[in-house]
Design a protein around this ligand. Sequence first.
Ligand code: G4P
Length: 530
Amino acid sequence: MADLKKEIERRRTFAIISHPDAGKTTLTEKFLLYGGAINLAGSVKGKKTAKHAVSDWMEIEKERGISVTSSVMQFNYDGYCINILDTPGHQDFSEDTYRTLMAADSAVMVIDASKGVEAQTIKLFKVCLLRNIPIFTFINKMDREARDPFDLMDEIESVLGIKTCPINWPIGNGKDFRGVYDRRTRHIHAFTAFANGQKEVDDTDLTVDSPDVVSVIGDTLYEKLIEDVELLDGASNEFDIKEVTEGKLSPVFFGSALTNFGIELFLNYFLEMTSPPLPRMSDEGLIDSFDPDFSAFVFKIQANMNKAHRDRIAFMRICSGRFDAGMEVYHVQGNKKQKLLQPQQLMASERKVVSEAYAGDIIGVFDPGIFSIGDTLCVPGKKFRFEGIPTFAPEHFARVRQVDTMKRKQFIKGISQIAQEGAIQIFQEYNTGMEEIIVGVVGVLQFDVLKHRLHSEYGVEIRMDMMPHEYIRWIANKDEVDVARIVGTSDMKRIKDLKGNPLLLFVHEWAVNTVLDKNKGLELSEFGRW
Ligand code: G4P
C-alpha cells in the first residue's frame, strides 16, 4: 500500500500543445535530456523525415511508425515519474491529437515568442478548457527576436481568455537574451550557451541585488529589468495555486528550448505546481487515483501496420491503482473478463513490455478488435464506466462513394471499422439512407489514410468529392427540436451520425450564429459524445 501511494504520488502526466514549429519536439527532447533519459539532444526522432509533407501512404505508414513509438514517453526526473503525451501536429493532426488531451492531467502550451498565439494552439487550448486542467505557458525561442513580453501576456489573455501570471521574466531577447529573472526568489539566472543546446546548460544564479548583476547582464538590460519587475509587481495577476489547478490562471515561463535557457527552472516549478494523477468522473461518481483497485479507459486506438491481420493497439490511461501484467481485468463495455495482451510502454524512444504500471501511466495493449474509444476497464466485480470522450468537430468534409457498386458491403464494413477506430467520422444526409456517405475529418491527411486503407485492407476503390463545409454543430437539445423545421441559411446542411443524432453543417462560421438567432431555443454544440 505504502508503495502504491508513493508510486502514484510521484507521477505527473501531461501533454505539450503548440502550433507546428513553436518548439514542442525540442522542448520534449530537453525534458528527456534533463531527466537523463537521453544523453544528447537531437536523438529522439527522425524529425527531418517526419516533417516532409506527404500524401503518399507509404510515407504515412513510416510516419505512423514514428507516431506509434512517440505516443507517450516516460522518464524519471528528481524523484518524479513523468509521462509526456504526444499531440501529433503537422500533417498528422487528427482527432487523436484532441483525444490525447483527455488522458492528460495538465498541459504545457508552447508559444513562439515572435509569433504569439497561433491557430492550432487555440484549437488545442479549447479542448483543454473542456476538462479544466491546469495549463502552463512556455514562451519559447527567446534567443530569437521576440515580441514584447507584456504584449504576449495581453494576447494570451485576450485571445485565449485565461489569466496569466509570469513566474519568470526574460532579460533581453534575440542576441541579447541573457537569461531569466525568477520572480519568486528574486534571483537572476544568467546562462551561457554550451554545446549547442545538446547538453545541460551552466546556470549563473545571482540575487537581483547582487553587485555582480550589472556586469553579467549589462546596464541597459538591468535598468529595463528593474522597470519591468516594478510594473509586473503592480499590474500582473497574483499567483494563486487554486486558480492554476482549476485552469483559470496560467503560470508563464520564458526560455529557449534550443539553447536550454530556462528549461530546468521551468521543469522544477512545473513539477511543484502540478498535482499527482487527478480523480476521474464515472457513472458511479469520482474514482480516486489512489484507490488500490485498477481502472483505466481507452483514449486512442492505433491500427497496426501489419495488413495481414487487422490488429490494433489500444492505448489506455490508468486512472486508479496498479496494473500487473497477467492480471485479469473486466472490460465493462464488452461485459467480459480478460487479460490485457502484450502491454507496452515507452521509455524515451524505446518501446518496452511492462510488468507493472500505476495510475497516471499510459499503456498500449494488443487489441484484436474488441475495444472502442472511451471503454472502461476495471477489476472484476466492479462495473462503473468513465465519462465518455467527446467527439471533436471535423473541419473537412467529403462525399464518398465506392467506384464498384458490387463492393457495397466491403465498403460499408471498411468505412465503419475505420470510423470505429476514431480516424474519421461518418454521416449521412438527414433524410436519406446509406446511399452516400459524408466523411468528416479533423486533419486532411485522414482522407488519404481512408482511401489507402479501403484499397489495401478491403479491396475497395472510392471516389471522394470535397465539400465546402467546414463547421459542424451537434444539436444539443435534439429532443426539443424539430430538425426539419430549423430555419437555415443557404449554406446550411442537415445531416445525421450513425446513431441518428442530427447535426448541422455550415460553410461559413457566421452562419452558425445567424441560425441560432433565427431559431430561438435551439442549442448547438461543437462537441458530441462517443
Ligand atoms: P514543433 O515540434 O513544435 O513542430 O517544433 P520543433 O521542436 O520541431 O521546432 C521547430 C523549429 O524551431 C526547429 O528548427 C527547432 O530547432 C527550432 N527551435 C525550437 N526551439 C527553439 C528555440 O528555443 N530557439 C530557436 N532559435 N529555435 C528553436 P528547424 O530548423 O525547423 O528544424 P531542425 O532542423 O532543427 O530539425
